[in-house]
Design a protein around this ligand. Structure first.
Ligand SMILES: *[C@@H]1O[C@H](CO)[C@@H](O)[C@H](O)[C@H]1NC(C)=O
Ligand SMILES: *[C@@H]1O[C@H](CO)[C@@H](O)[C@H](O)[C@H]1NC(C)=O
Length: 298
């Protein structure tokens, strides 16, 4: 005789749902809702259409879209990351894991989420960053429109104030301002970037959480007029002491000393470097589908 328990088992087994697609979490860039021609709302709909049944969460930092927009400029990233960690840990739909896509500054914020709370939220499988500033920025949007000398002067000026504590606390972009001419001050005073890049000490939790990703995919925009230097999108940056020569990730001390586990990740085939010919965040659906969606999201 079949017991009711085994019947229950049989029932559960037979009607078990087909595997749900992996959810996706998005984090927008600075000023996204107002200024970019590229809209995240449209992108969410696109993903939902391409991956039927997928849960797509576009992170809103704050209680309204307006707050979210303002927080992109004025809410300290450490607080934004805490906020996101909390929201992700509470979301029942994300408990079995998810893929994460960051846009522009949302890239380094999502990487911080992985590093700081990857062990507390559903496992993050693939981290995809589009035009992220992993080594920070040392330049102004559309700086190319100015005379080179003027631009350099303004950069120096901003740099003079960027590491003041009140500026670090109140202006998001100052927390990933990276002055190659004064590496020591950057490492000591950058409240966000120097910390998540393990510049002061090596936080092993950051390393372990990052290494538990399946892939870390970085997309660079070769004609980027907003992010300076564009190589930061692949974790490269100016060599310390000057602002012309660029070191790739592989040439950097961060990599050679493997302070963040990126060398190990590359050896394990987990780092993926992709590039696009256009300006910041410009790509076609076809490119996204072939290079990101099919290999990592489906
Ligand atoms: C390392 O990071 C974890 C996760 O964010 C944090 O809880 C811990 O305090 C950090 N350790 C150090 C020594 O900063
Ligand atoms: C790169 O930017 C320059 C200057 O804005 C523009 O003239 C050129 O068409 C761009 N090239 C591509 C491939 O987008």
């Amino acid at each position: 005789m079949i017991s009711w328990l085994s019947l229950l088992y049989l029932f559960t087994y037979t009607v078990a749902e087909p595997a749900k697609p992996t959810p996706i979490v998005l984090w927008h860039g600075m000023g996204d809702t107002c200024c970019f021609s590229f809209s995240l709302g449209t992108f969410k709909l696109y993903l939902e259409k391409q991956i039927p049944g997928a849960y797509v969460l576009s992170l809103r930092i704050g209680n309204s879209v307006i707050e979210d927009l303002e927080n992109g400029y004025f809410m300290n990233p450490n607080k934004q990351v805490d906020y996101a960690c909390d929201a992700l840990a509470k979301d029942p739909k994300l408990q079995d894991g998810f893929n994460a896509i960051g846009f522009s500054q949302g890239s380094q914020f999502l990487r911080a989420v992985v590093q700081r709370c990857g062990h507390k939220v559903g496992p993050v499988k693939n981290l995809i960053t589009l035009g992220g500033q992993h080594q920070g920025v040392y330049g102004l949007p559309h700086c190319f429109a100015l005379q080179h000398e003027t631009c350099d002067y303004v950069r120096k000026l901003l740099n003079y104030a960027a590491y003041y504590r009140w500026v670090q606390n109140s202006l998001v972009q100052a927390t990933y301002w990276h002055d190659p001419l004064d590496d020591t001050t950057y490492k000591q005073n950058s409240e966000f970037l120097a910390d998540i890049n393990n510049e002061r000490t090596v936080n092993q939790t950051y390393v372990n959480n990052l290494e538990s990703l399946e892939h870390f995919i970085m997309v660079k925009f070769d004609n980027d007029s907003i992010v300076q230097p564009k190589e930061t999108e692949w974790f490269g940056f100016y060599a310390p002491g000057q602002a012309k020569k660029i070191l790739s990730l592989q040439q950097s001390e961060l990599y050679k000393q493997d302070r963040l586990g990126l060398k190990k990740m590359e050896e394990d085939g987990k780092l993926v470097f992709l590039s696009q010919p256009g300006d910041h965040l410009r790509f076609t659906e076809e490119w996204f589908s072939n290079n990101i969606l099919k290999p990592y999201l489906l």
